[in-house]
Design a protein around this ligand. Sequence first.
Ligand code: ATP
Length: 643
Amino acid sequence: MACFSVVCNNGFLISQETLEARGGKTRSLARYRAFCSSFQFPSIGFYDCCKSQPRLFFNDKLSSLTNGKCVLRDYNCCKSQRGLACNNGIEPPRSGNTGDKQTYLGKRENGYVRWRKRFSLRLRPRLRLLSTRLKMVSIRSILSNISTFLRKNIRRVFLSTSISLALGAFCLFLKLSALPAPKVVPYSDLILSLQNGSVSRVLLEEGSRRIFYNMNFQSAENTETSHEESLAINVATKSGSDIVATDDVLKASQALDVSILSRFPRTRASKPEWQYSTRKIDHDEKFLLSLMRERGITYSSAPQSVVTSIRGTLITVISLWIPLIPLMWLLYRQLSAANSPARKRQPNAQMVGFDDVEGVDAAKVELMEIVSCLQGDVNYQKLGAKLPRGVLLVGPPGTGKTLLARAVAGEAGVPFFTVSASEFVELFVGRGAARIRDLFNVARKCAPSIIFIDELDAVGGKRGRSFNDERDQTLNQLLTEMDGFDSGMKVVVIAATNRPEALDPALCRPGRFSRKVLVGEPDAEGRKKILAVHLRGVPLDEDTHFICELVASLTPGFVGADLANIVNEAALLAARRGNEKVSMEDIMEAIERAKFGINDKQLRPSTLGKELEKLFPWIPSLVGRNDTRQNGLQGPLGYQTLS
Ligand SMILES: Nc1ncnc2c1ncn2[C@@H]1O[C@H](COP(=O)(O)OP(=O)(O)OP(=O)(O)O)[C@@H](O)[C@H]1O
C-alpha cells in the first residue's frame, strides 16, 4: 500500500490519498485532475520518486514535466528517500496531517517558530509560481496580441495618440514659453515706491491693466533691503516724522508686517525682465502719470509679447473646450450610431424556416411566392410582371409577423436586413432620413436582398398630423427610396404593423407596399399546428397529438405568441416541480395562468372547469376527486397553483 500526495508546485499540499493498486492510482489521478482544474491548475504530473525517471501519467496538454503545475508524489518513497525527491525538484508536503517527518518535527518546534511558519509570507513558493508564469509568457505572443489589438482598434489608437501628442505639445509649449514671472504686488506698493522715487522704469501694457516696473537697485541683496527701507521710510513719513533716521527705519521695518515683506523676492535665481507687476486701478491713470512725470521716472507702453498672447489664447481655448468635450463625445456617438448601416443578417444565421410558422397559411403562400421569385424559380419577367417592391404584414400582436419575415429570410437564402422603424427616430433632424438612405444603399449593393422593417407605424404614420418634422422627413425618404428601385432590382421590403389604419396612404399605394398580407388569429386547426411546432422538443407525459387538440380547443382567440408562452410556462412549472416530463397538469395550469393571470384564483374553477366539462366528459370526475381539497386554490383538474 502506498501513500500518495498531490503537491502543487507552489508547495501547498492539495490532498493526499491512500492507494492500493496501480489501477486505483489511475482513478485517483483522474479525480486529481478534475480537482486541480477546478483550482485552475491545468496540468498535473505524476512522479514516482522510487524510479530514477519521473513518470508522467497525463495531462494531454502538458508538454514537459517541468511545466507541470502539480505533482503527484509517492509520499512513502519521499519520506524514505528525501534526498532523491529533492534532487528531482519535489518539495515535501507542508500539511501537518500527513504524518511525515516534517510534521513530527513541527510538534517539537517552539511557539515562535510555529508562529513564524504560520504567518510567513511564503515568499519562496510565490517566487517559484511567478517564475513559472513568466516562463509561460512569450514575447512573440505579446507582440502578436499587441498587433491584433492595434489592427482592430486602429481608429481609436490613432485618435487617442493624436490627442495625447497634441496635449503633450501644448504642455511643452507652455513649459518653454514660460518666462520668469515678475512679483505681483498691490497697486499701493507701486504708488509708495513712486513717491519714494525708488522706481527706475515703468511699462504700461497695451490692451490690459497690467503695469510692470523695476526698482532703482540692481543687486539681488539690495533688492529686499532697499524695498524694506523704502517701505519703512513711507511708514515713518506717514507717522509725521520728517527726519528719516536709521533708528526710525529699523523700528519701522520691525513694525512692518512679515507678510508684506514676504511678497518680495529673496533670491533671484532667474532674473525676470520686470521685477514687479501690478494691476491698474480704474480712473487713476491721471494721478499715476502725473506722479511719474513729477518724479522724472521713465515710463512707456508696449503691446503684449507674441508668445504671451499665443499662450493666453491657447489656455483660453483649451479651458473653453474642456466642458464641451462630453457634449462633443455624445454628439459623435449619436452620429456614428446613426451612420452605422442596418445589421446584415446572413441567410445561414437564420434558423427559422416556413416549417416553424404555422396557422397563417395564406400569408405563408404569399411570401413563399416572393421567395421563389427572388430565387429565380418563377420566371415572372417572361409575362412582363414585376416583383412586388413591398409586402405589408398586417395583424394583431403575436400572430407571427416577425417570425414570417425571419422565415422568408431563412428560406430565400439572400441577404436580409432587419431594422425596427423606431431606430429611424432620431434626435437630430435629417439623421433618420440618412439612415434610411444608407440602409437602402447597402441593400441595393447586396441585391437580391430583403429589408424587413418592424413596427412600420413608428415612422410611417400619416404626415402633417404633428409638428414632428424629423419623422416626416424620414417617411419622405422611405417613400423616395421605395420609388427609386428600378424594376429589375431584386430588393423586397417587408414591413409589419399592428395599426395599418395609422399608416400614411402614400405608403400603401401600389408600387410601394402594394401587397398587404393579413396575418390573423389562428383557428383551432392553426393553433393545433402552432402547438405542435412549439412542443417539438418538449418531453411530454401524454400523447402530443392529444395535448395539441385539447389545448387548441381550450384556447380560442389565442395567437401564436400566447401558445408559445403556454408551452414555455408548462415546461417551467414541470421544472419547478422537479419532473422529468411535462404533464397534462402543467399544461392546464399554464393555460390558467395565461387566461386569468397568476393571482386570479376565483375565476378558474367556474370558467375553465366548465369548458373542460363540456369538451371532455371524463374531466368532471377529476374535478370531483380533487374538490375535497380545502384550500380553495385548486384548478379544475385539482392541481394546485404554485403562486
Ligand atoms: N404562426 C406562428 N407559428 C409559430 N410560432 C408563432 C406563430 N406566431 C407567433 N409565434 C410565436 O410567437 C413569437 C412572437 O411572434 P412574432 O414576434 O412574430 O409576433 P408579431 O406578430 O411580430 O408581434 P408584434 O406585432 O407584436 O411584433 C414567435 O417568436 C413565435 O415563437
